[in-house]
Design a protein around this ligand. Sequence first.
Ligand code: F6R
Length: 383
Amino acid sequence: EKGGWPSFMAKEITEQPEAIANTVRGRIVGGTADGDGAADAAGGARVEIPELTELGDDTLRNIDRIVIIACGTASYAGQIGAYAIEQWARVPVEVQLSHEFRYRDPVLDERTAVISVSQSGETMDTLMAVKYAKDRGALSVSVCNTQSATIPRESDAAVYTHAGPEVAVASTKAFTAQIAALYLIGLHLGRVRGTLSDADAAAAIRAFDALPSAMAEAVETHEQIAQLAHWMADTRSVLFLGRHVGYPAALEGALKLKEIAYIHAEGFAAGELKHGPIALIDHGQPVFVLVPSPRKAPVMHSKVVSNIQEIRARGARVIAIVEKGDTAVLPYADDVIRLPLTDALFEPLVQVVPLQWFALELSTAKGLDVDQPRNLAKSVTVE
Ligand code: F6R
């Protein structure tokens, strides 16, 4: 059942191209090229999620605020999704941890949409937050990987991720599928609300089309990452830096490492370095840096390259995750992991893959149980 892989997590990492394709399928419609529509974005393809269409376009136009609620990895998917939804649908989006949301007396009304994100659809804190929001008249949309779980049943609409069953405790394919689903929601809302330009819609649809093969290429970093993890087996602390959508991706890289390799790890927004965390950097401190595309995000790229120079000057061991062909970081990086080109917003979907492999390989190098980490359960059904 592990398909020849030593762990479910390894199998699930490799299943991501398919998980994304399955999540997108049937939700990009109307292109001229083929049934999937994605191949010819300029030919009139559009994102349409039937479950959102059923809510009525007026309901979607009426939304003036979105709150994404989730826990753990799902909350990082939510943070990444928030950038895209704001950009395409021009609605303010905030992301809150479910267990914090409920106890802060949040401001909610019928113009607020609450989007919950949950792989299992059973996380008690998220379920309680959804019920709370519903009681106060908010619209509730569930992004969930488990058909007919409690959270989607309690919601006004369910947008399923079709990642397939996720067995390993550490979430991988559900995470990237959650990002894809949130992006589709952003594109659907942007279209209905008239805030999404044709050019942006076409670019996003093309990016979705290219994503499965880009992710397959990211999966192939496995061997390189395994070697890196091998020499790092005694590492006691690892830092992760990112900007913009790379920031929550850095948080996710750190969480994976804590969960299955029991190593102290932290993710930071690269811009935050000089406000404190740079004091942690001393000789040999490993730091993964998610470097934005120099073509698609030149300003972010140059800022991250300066951050790399700053930490390198203080002795950090820099592991740079870059777009293929980006040579700007080469003089300052100890290791370079090259990934295929993609649109700026889509980068976390490929950048997170080597981080998932790294956690898995470090856990393996330490002789730990990758799929069943101590103290953790797949689904947290108590508060
Ligand atoms: C991380 C992980 C947890 C879950 C969190 C939410 O690898 O598995 O952080 O993401 O417990 O679970 P769901 O998505 O089922 O609500």
